[in-house]
Each structure stands twice: as structure tokens, then as C-alpha cells.
Design a binder for this molecule. Sequence first.
Ligand SMILES: Cc1cc2nc3c(=O)[nH]c(=O)nc-3n(C[C@H](O)[C@H](O)[C@H](O)COP(=O)(O)O)c2cc1C
Length: 192
Amino acid sequence: MDKKLFIPVLLGTPRKNRESGNVAHWVCSQMRERADIETQLFDVCDFRLPHDHYGQEIKDQFPEWRDAIVRADGLVIVTPEYNHGYPGSLKSVLDLLLREYVHKAVAFVGVSAGPWGGTRVIEASVPMVRELGLAVTFSDLNFPKVGDKFDDEGNLLDEAYNKRIGDFLDELVWMATTLRWGRENVPSKFHS
Ligand SMILES: Cc1cc2nc3c(=O)[nH]c(=O)nc-3n(C[C@H](O)[C@H](O)[C@H](O)COP(=O)(O)O)c2cc1C
């Protein structure tokens, strides 16, 4: 591959003291070590979303996000599980765009205090990202009991994730590469 894949990471919760922050930073650090990926971390905290408007009509108020997704080959979403669903702020940020996502890959990292590692929020998110035109990988990364996974400096304590992140990113790279080839070589009225 002659050009790196551009795959931003979206941290999906603005909660104070969020554990998902450690996860997102670790995932980004692992992506930066690969020769085939360029990434950039986006944090829903940094989006000053208005309370009196919503959706694609305000996308130009967020040019960095808009331009990143236009350029992106894929997206990693790091989401905590909140009542078996995704945070509203994550949905609000995703809903800023639509056509820009079409025929690009998305991979999920689920984070939970409970024992299931966000499997339920990921399952709940799949129909939503499908409507955005994103193609979901099948190799999720799950962080159950996340409070036990990192030390106070944000270092990951469980070495099993070193293999898991490799599998997670290998599949995402395959999907993103295949879809990039498709966008560049197979005409579609749906993608830009
Ligand atoms: C509103 C809310 C709902 C939650 N619902 C769940 C849940 O359904 N399942 C679960 O395992 N943990 C649940 N949690 C706990 C989170 O998974 C926990 O806070 C974890 O650290 C990930 O979220 P964080 O990034 O906000 O820290 C919930 C937390 C909040 C704030």
C-alpha cells in the first residue's frame, strides 16, 4: 500500500472522570505505531454543540471533524455502555455528517464497568452506523470491568490486549483498504 489509511478515533463520552479516555488514548497510541495507519483523536468534549439546532445543517461549524471524515478511510468509535446504549453526545457528533461516511469502515471499542465489555452498546450501535453508510468490522475490542484495566497513569495492565489490538486493527485495515479501492475504482451514486 503506497498511502497510509487515515482512520480517526472518536471518544464518545464527555463524562467527567471517564474511563473510556484511557481506552481511547491507548488505542490511538497503538494505531500510531503502525506503518499503515495515520490517526487523529476526536473527543466529543471538544464539540460545542448548540442546544437549539442539530444535524448536518450545522456541520460547517465543525470544519476539523467534517474535513477529517471527508479524508478518512475509516473510523474507530470508542464508546462506553450507558444503559445498554450509546451516549447521546456520541450520536449528536455522528449526526453532523452523512454522505461523508458512505462506503468507509468503522470499528467499535466497547467500554463498561460490567462484565460484558460494551457488547450491548456495540450491538445497539450497528443499525445506527449502517444508516450512516459505514461498513462495520466484526472484530470488536471490548473492555469489561474497565476500572481494573489501567493504572493511575493510564497504563494498560492486561497484556492480553497486545494481541487483541493487532487482530482488531488488522481487520479494520483490510476493510478500510478494500473500501478505499472500491471508492476509487467502482462508481457509486452514494459516495462522494
Ligand atoms: C448513565 C450511565 C449508564 C451506565 N450504564 C451501564 C450499563 O448499561 N452497563 C455497564 O456495564 N455499565 C454501565 N455504566 C457504567 C459505565 O460502563 C462505566 O462508567 C465505565 O467506566 C465506562 O464509562 P465511562 O467512560 O463514562 O467511565 C453506566 C454509566 C453511566 C454514567
